[in-house]
Design a protein around this ligand. Structure first.
Ligand code: KG4
Ligand code: ZN
Length: 342
């Protein structure tokens, strides 16, 4: 079964053709990152306008690279939430139009479900068979830091979430305080590699009597330290010392990763799961990947970095598991910017 997956919830215009939920025929991602970088964050109106310009060429390219015609597809799956309303609208309407014109079944899916199913896209990996359900999914992105218990396909329970900032948001804001560009996650990872260590410890915030996350205190601690070191607000007369920036970035990265790893270990033990799936843009972080593999006592599945950040392939994979159960077209699907999973 070949599914066209479409994703436009944030600042990536993406389309892919996926066979049987795991084989990638094509996976085209047009990133808008450079367009938003000058504003230090995503501007929703610019995102929507850019999706409108890019969506048709991206879908066309996905079909071309797969060497498939529309009549060789079996369905269309698109993100209908959570995300930016204007951005989601472009993807949902493009997907509906494409499905109607080509008489294909259509389905709207949760973006977080896509991040989970990215794990099925690695060759030779089938989390259902090994390690098998139940699985604990940690989805860490620009808008979410959720621990989701997955007992089977479509069976999700939200175990923990962030009480304030998402992990990716904390990376982006900490990077800004350190004078690094947007998106901050990859930048923090890059400069942290040059750290000499020895930076005084930053807090590892915990929410008592809960597995929930909290990152805003940590983000503020970085901002305070940047002020103390004269890095923030930025000044042309005294640019920040790159070594000091690297050391703070490294300590911040370690603190965020520690919080996520500790909570995941607790969730694994409490719910006695067979394995962990890591997903979302922050899962591209090499330190997080390393620490999860090292410290979590069950198998950890992490897709390659390009499948952790937003893409259409993950929506095509998730779509397969819905279409397999013969879900009919959902023409009345609308965008739901605050859609939740579990
Ligand atoms: O999943 P995603 O592509 O979009 C959303 O659904 O939000 O995640 C984007 C987030 C951004 O906050 C970005 O800074 C973060 O993922 N990110 C990273 C890395 N690559 C992307 N954070 C830490 N380390 C990375 N290597
Ligand atoms: Zn995402």
């Amino acid at each position: 079964m070949r599914i066209l997956g479409i994703e436009t919830s944030c600042d990536e215009t993406a389309a892919a053709v996926i066979e049987d939920g795991s084989y990638i025929h094509s996976n085209v991602v047009a990133s808008q990152a450079t367009l938003h970088a000058q504003y230090g964050g995503i501007v929703p109106e610019i995102a929507a306008r850019q999706h409108m310009i890019t969506i048709v060429p991206v879908i066309r390219q996905a079909l071309d690279e797969a060497s498939l015609r529309a009549d060789e597809l079996d369905g269309v799956a698109v993100t209908h939430g959570p995300g930016l309303a204007g951005a989601l609208l472009i993807g949902v309407n493009a997907a509906k139009g494409f499905s109607l014109a080509n008489e294909l079944p259509f389905i709207g899916l949760n973006h977080l479900e896509g991040h989970i199913y990215a794990a099925w896209l690695e060759e030779g990996v089938n989390p259902e068979e090994s390690p098998g359900f139940p699985l604990m999914c940690l989805i860490a992105s620009g808008g979410h830091t959720d621990l989701i218990l997955m007992k089977g396909h479509g069976d999700y329970t939200l175990i923990a979430r962030t009480r304030d900032d998402a992990a990716g948001e904390a990376f982006d804001k900490a990077a800004r305080a350190l004078g690094l560009s947007f998106p901050g996650g990859p930048e923090i990872q890059r400069v942290a590699e040059h750290s000499h260590g020895g930076e005084p410890r930053l807090p590892r915030p915990v929410v008592r009597d809960s597995l929930d996350f909290s990152f805003s205190g940590l983000k503020s601690a970085v901002a305070r330290r940047a002020e103390e070191y004269g890095m923030y607000p930025p000044s042309e007369d005294s640019p920040p010392d790159p070594q000091q920036v690297a050391n703070v970035a490294d300590e911040f990265q370690q603190a965020v990763v520690d919080c996520m790893v500790q909570r995941t270990i607790q969730a694994v033990e409490r719910y006695r799961v067979n394995g962990v799936i890591l997903g979302g843009g922050v899962a591209a972080n090499s330190h997080l990947r390393q620490e999860m593999h090292k410290r979590v006592p069950v198998e950890v599945i992490v897709p390659r970095p390009g499948l952790c950040t937003d893409n259409g392939a993950m929506m095509g994979a998730a779509g397969y598991f819905h279409f397999r159960n013969k879900v009919g077209s959902q023409w009345d699907v609308d965008v739901i910017p605050s859609l939740r999973l579990g």
